[in-house]
Design a protein around this ligand. Structure first.
Ligand code: NAG
Ligand code: NAG
Ligand code: NAG
Ligand code: NAG
Ligand code: NAG
Ligand code: NAG
Ligand code: NAG
Length: 590
């Protein structure tokens, strides 16, 4: 991919210092220095011009057909026959529903759960076609991922949007494919301990050797760096089973800012992808933290997309180009910092969980010892976080928590207690009317989801005034569990006026469908899966996603749910079938 970057850069005078394909490089800045885009104040925020253009093109060129085929398939699959046929379908292109998909954190469990549910709405899945759920993935405008969900999303995007089974198993990968091909998730090889003690040590040292050039270029090395190099082997192009333990390129040089060169991105076939992480303020302990978490709930959430990095949270509301991540204000520009593996690594950096008492414990301590063995001590740096040069130093000193810092500490997007990446989908400038939320965080003793992510998301949204409109949801996970809202799809916001807050269609990993033995409630710490386990996991997640139970009419009801806001906007009432669906799936607010 770096060759694309170079072609682009060659057009500009500052290209002469083009990046090495494997790590960040200092370059001369574009004329005028690092440009910081202000996103504006809530209610009047703006998107980048590139994102606006992508969304406009996707909406006009791709989505009309995608929606027509999704809805006609949903109707075909419905025993009751057509249920949306009225003026709504006749001129779809003038009123495309705006759907955002959110896929949660929770390690491999969340990545696999998200993948199984995405398969269940993928137009290419024949079973989903029969059930009438196929095609919602292709009809979505946005998709956001966090932590395990960022592994799923990053790998899917950079592999050019294959089907989920092809992504995960890569049945046709050539053993010598290099960065031009994706070799699958390779779940049979453990993420951090791929062999016996000696093999593992050699492997970990190899990961550090791969990031030495970054250190030599003058950037601090923290746990996120070697972590990213192992994630790269599983979730970025350039690795197969036969070379995974051998040092090498393994996806280095695949950049977020190069995604626009992918063929499915150029043709606007992908929902616009966004990955998030939490920033840690300088004195986190002095702020309100939800018990059991490590990041204050009001800390800025940063987002990474193919064009920009920054935050829409009102205290910062600023962005820089993704290609210049690593740069600081003025004329200190860097390229090659936005490695796809590194961004997935930031979003899933949960290692400060292993340093709550201020004393690092394994696996953090093991990595830290290795890092210090390689590069010596790095005083002043939090090695348990991703340490990123602060592009916004000096911006909004009274409201941006890290305004005075030279470096920002970024960590796993779920460490504030909101393990679902809803925040980027709530940004009003994105006009998302319906969120399809896939939640697989391990909340209960049996590693099932209890709804705490939605509860916390609502709490967080409430901290920002009118910035993030949010529908009413239960006030505690107890209610979720008691009412079984984590055991079946639930719609939140059915009775809220369409222009006041999005409708949330919530699908949780709350328990297996009736009659099945649970396989999707694996521990977050499980970092190896056999192919058989993966297939069983995907199948069960698919069943949870499709409510594969005869008589539920899920295909019908999903289509009713995702079009409900648009119908309301058009002044159309619910059809009889849809009214029944809403009765069945809407949270009744008790
Ligand atoms: C990754 O490999 C796939 C083929 O497996 C290819 O289509 C895609 O363009 C590659 N992505 C990058 C970023 O090189
Ligand atoms: C691991 O390395 C040590 C020291 O080099 C050696 O003594 C030991 O036999 C090795 N163990 C294995 C299982 O290869
Ligand atoms: C652990 O946390 C303490 C207190 O926040 C910090 O000073 C220290 O650098 C952290 N340790 C590592 C290895 O990052
Ligand atoms: C729900 O999950 C959260 C977060 O994992 C946990 O703190 C809480 O105790 C759980 N509550 C219930 C009722 O299961
Ligand atoms: C998964 O759930 C089942 C109950 O359905 C339970 O017996 C099992 O211990 C759980 N597994 C894990 C790893 O929590
Ligand atoms: C998940 O499963 C693991 C392994 O069975 C267990 O140790 C852990 O306590 C479970 N619960 C959570 C919330 O991780
Ligand atoms: C469709 O989903 C089923 C159930 O998980 C799976 O077995 C099959 O491989 C999927 N096919 C495609 C093309 O996604």
């Amino acid at each position: 991919m770096s060759r694309f970057g170079c072609v682009l850069l060659l057009l500009l005078p500052w290209c002469i210092f083009a990046a090495s394909p494997t790590g960040p490089t200092r370059v001369a800045c574009p004329p005028g220095g690092l440009q910081i885009r202000s996103a504006g104040v809530p209610g009047r925020q703006t998107l980048s011009s590139q994102e606006t253009s992508y969304i406009n093109q996707r909406t006009s060129r791709v989505l009309p057909n995608a929606w027509a085929s999704y809805l006609s398939n949903a109707e075909r699959a419905t025993p009751a026959g057509p249920f949306l046929t009225d003026t709504f379908n006749r001129d779809l292109s003038s009123h495309i529903p705006r759907i955002g998909i959110a896929t949660s954190g929770g390690g491999y469990r969340a990545a696999l759960f998200g993948a199984g549910v995405l398969s269940s709405i993928d137009a290419r899945n024949k079973t989903a076609v029969k059930l009438g759920t196929a095609g919602l993935l292709q009809s979505a405008t946005y998709i956001a991922g966090l932590s395990g969900g960022s592994w799923l999303l990053t790998s899917l995007v950079q592999a050019d949007f294959p089907t989920l089974p092809d992504l995960i198993f890569a049945p046709n990968a050539n053993p010598n494919g290099g960065n031009n091909q994706f070799g699958g998730w390779l779940t049979t090889v453990d993420l951090t301990a791929p062999g016996d003690a000696n093999t593992t040590l050699l492997f970990l040292e190899g990961l550090l050797e791969e990031v030495l050039p970054k250190f030599e270029a003058g950037f601090p090395i923290t746990i996120t760096d070697p972590w990213s190099r192992t994630l790269s082997r599983h979730f970025v192009n350039g690795t197969t089973l036969s070379n995974i333990l051998t040092p090498g390129t393994h996806g280095a040089g695949v950049l977020y800012s190069d995604f626009p060169q992918l063929s499915t991105f150029k043709s606007f076939e992908q929902p616009f992808p966004i990955v998030i992480a939490d920033s840690v303020p300088p004195n986190p302990d002095t702020k309100e933290i939800i018990p059991g978490n490590v990041v204050p709930l009001n800390s800025e959430i940063w987002e990474f997309n193919a064009f920009e990095v920054g935050s829409y949270d009102p205290g910062l509301a600023s962005f820089i180009p993704t290609s210049l991540l690593g740069s600081t204000p003025g004329n200190n520009c860097v390229i090659g910092f936005d490695q796809a593996g590194y961004i997935a690594g930031i979003s899933s950096n949960l290692f400060d969980e292993f340093n709550i008492s201020g004393v690092a414990i394994p696996p953090l301590s093991t990595f830290v010892e290795l890092i210090e063995g390689f590069v010596g001590p790095e005083p002043g740096f939090h090695l348990d976080t991703a340490v990123v040069p602060n592009p916004f130093k000096g911006v909004h000193p009274s409201t941006f928590s890290n305004s005075k810092q030279d470096f920002v500490n970024l960590v796993d997007g779920g460490l504030d207690g909101e393990v679902l990446p809803l925040q980027p989908l709530l940004v009003q400038a994105r006009h998302i009317d319906t969120i399809f939320a896939i939640d697989a965080s391990a909340d209960t003793e049996e590693n099932f989801t209890n709804g705490s992510d939605i509860v916390n998301a609502a709490k967080r949204a409430a901290l920002f005034g009118n910035a993030y409109p949010f529908p009413p949801v239960p006030s505690s996970p107890d209610i979720f569990v008691k009412e079984g809202l984590n055991r079946r799809p639930t719609f939140f916001g059915c009775d809220v006026p369409y222009d006041e807050a999005p409708l949330i269609i919530y699908i949780a990993n709350g328990g297996p469908p009736a009659g099945q033995v649970a396989v999707t409630n694996t521990s977050t710490e499980q970092t190896t899966y056999s192919d058989v386990e993966v297939q069983q996991f995907l199948n069960q997640a698919f069943d949870i996603g499709t409510q594969g139970i005869p008589g539920t009419h899920w295909g019908t009801c999903l289509a009713c749910g995702v079009t409900d806001r648009t119908r309301a906007r058009l002044g159309l009432s619910r059809t009889a079938e849809c009214a029944l669906c809403m009765e069945q799936y809407c949270w009744n607010g008790h």
